[in-house]
Write a protein that binds this ligand. Structure first.
Ligand code: 4AD
Ligand code: MG
Length: 477
């Protein structure tokens, strides 16, 4: 049954051989030319049919979207645009398709329309390219960490603790939601729940990764994470994949160095391994940009942007320096920011991050030493008592792509912080144990995988870089 992959066929130099291929019909023109795609590569295989040799009733079923198998001889192409083409001898219809009802017509569809057809959209050039790049990026992530001597750890998806302390979690329960057993106080009795306690889908694998770093040295997780935040933006998903390295004996500086090296290396691998798809996405990106008003257009093409990140160092500044730049900036003075920058200690909004990255520095920026009050409980307190050893990496067009920190390794300081923030200490007993037995300075970060895919593919909406996006009011497919 299995034929050759079109990618291999198109790369072949040897013609005159009989081969068989399978795939889905993209177009069938003039009862003669089939553009066949099997997903192995962006390009279609041009297949030429001698319509007199093939039964008419069969030819009628070769429609856009149908699955077919072709046998024929690979010859040098007569037309321009491809080196080889298939001279078809035999057509077998594997899966017919109704051309009237098939939603993916050979024309431009809007991304919004395709989102509603998420089960079929990957049959378009754009989505297949994005998903191949996504796959290559995932491989590159593993390659980088393996080469650096890291161990891959699978942290739990179901958890009893809220790593980020933001309370934006999805409950996991087998209790009858309509009629739960109640405790003495009239609240649902989670002691009778599946795990005998309240549990949720994890927002981060960090806390468990820390336990492993404090034994294996350098580890990373790469798994799904879940956030029940009601953010309807082009950068938020309720279910997204996060890469979280955690390293013993790393301070914040080592952490920033690793993050920068990691992103640069992964992008380098992609530039080398995804040439065809990136070239296509680059052209697509340029067209999209041209349809925007002048002042909103990116000054660089997609490939240019990636190469820029690979070839230039990230700018590193402290929160306090960034705060000063923002406070004295034109948009702040002219009251153009929705959230004015006045008091030191405010959280930075995406309008501020974009100003720093896209207007002021025009390159990726690492912000570090944030005010303690706007960051999670586990970050290491600085000597000034006000700031923590946090770092965020901000990317042009994306905003925050990485969030990380040096972790608080001192038991008393961590305990005090947990109390101060009213976090339930009970659930964290094992995390505190890590500070009781052989605690060492250590650091880590989390990179939002979809935001990296967005940057690499130039897709404007995060919903278009994950196969089946989960967002508020939307969990179809
Ligand atoms: O900054 P965050 O919340 O950091 C953590 O979760 C830490 N525990 C990571 C660590 O130190 N191990 O999230 C990390 C990254 C963000 O920078 C962003 O790229 C991505 O995860 N992210 C999201 N991506 C898509 N949709 C969302 N709702 C996201 N929330 C965070
Ligand atoms: Mg963050």
């Amino acid at each position: 049954m299995k034929g050759q992959k079109i990618k291999a066929v198109l790369e072949a130099t040897e013609t005159g051989k009989e081969i068989s291929v399978q795939g889905w019909v993209r177009t069938f023109r003039a009862n003669r030319f089939i553009a066949l795609n099997d997903g192995s590569t962006l390009d279609n295989l041009q297949c030429v049919v001698d319509f007199e040799a093939i039964e008419e009733s069969l030819l009628k079923q070769v429609t856009t979207g149908a699955a077919i198998q072709l046998k024929g001889v690979l010859i040098e192409s007569q037309g321009s645009g491809q080196k080889v083409e298939l001279q078809v001898k035999e057509i077998e219809l594997l899966g017919p398709s109704d051309p009237e009802k098939y939603p993916i017509q050979p024309k431009k569809h809007s991304l919004e329309f395709l989102r509603e057809k998420a089960h079929l959209r990957v049959r378009t050039a754009t989505f297949s390219a994005v998903m191949r790049v996504r796959s290559a990026l995932a491989q590159a992530v593993h390659q980088f960490f393996q080469e650096e001597g890291f161990f891959y750890v699978n942290t739990p998806i179901i958890t009893g603790s809220d790593a980020e302390g933001a309370g934006e979690m999805f409950r996991v329960s087998t209790l009858d939601a309509k009629n739960p057993p109640l405790d003495d106080t009239g609240h649902p009795d989670f002691k009778q729940d599946f795990f005998g306690k309240e549990t949720n889908l994890t927002v981060s694998g960090q806390l468990e990764a820390e336990a492993y770093a404090l034994a294996l040295g350098d580890v990373y997780t790469f798994g799904p994470t879940f956030r029940a935040e009601n953010s309807n933006t082009t950068r938020h998903l309720a279910e997204f994949w996060m890469i979280e390295p955690e390293m013993a004996f790393y301070d914040l500086n080592d952490n920033m160095n690793l993050a920068e090296k990691f992103i640069t290396k992964v992008l380098k691998i992609i530039l080398k391994n995804c040439e065809t798809d990136l070239k296509f996405l680059d052209e697509r990106y340029t067209k999209e940009e041209q349809s925007k008003p002048q002042h909103q257009r990116s000054s660089m093409g997609l490939l240019e942007k990636i190469e820029f990140v690979v070839n230039n160092e990230f700018k590193r500044i402290s929160y306090t320096e960034a705060f000063d730049i923002l406070r004295n900036s034109k948009p702040n003075k002219k009251k153009k920011f929705q959230y004015p920058i006045e008091e030191w200690g405010v959280d930075l909004q995406s309008e501020h991050e974009r100003y720093l990255v896209e207007k002021h520095f025009n390159c990726p920026v690492i912000l570090y030493d944030y005010p303690a009050n706007i960051k999670a409980f586990y970050m290491r307190r600085n000597e000034d008592g006000k700031t923590v050893r946090a770092m965020d990496i901000l990317f042009p067009g994306i905003g925050e792509i990485v969030g990380g920190s040096q972790r608080e390794e001192r038991l008393e300081v961590l305990e005090a912080r947990i109390k101060e923030m009213n976090i339930e200490e009970e659930e964290l007993w094992w995390y505190l144990d890590l500070r009781r037995f052989g605690s060492v300075p250590h650091s880590g970060f989390g990179l939002g995988f979809e935001r990296l895919v967005q940057f690499t593919t130039g897709m404007g909406n995060i919903r278009d870089v994950i196969p089946f996006p989960r967002t508020p009011q939307n969990a179809s497919f």
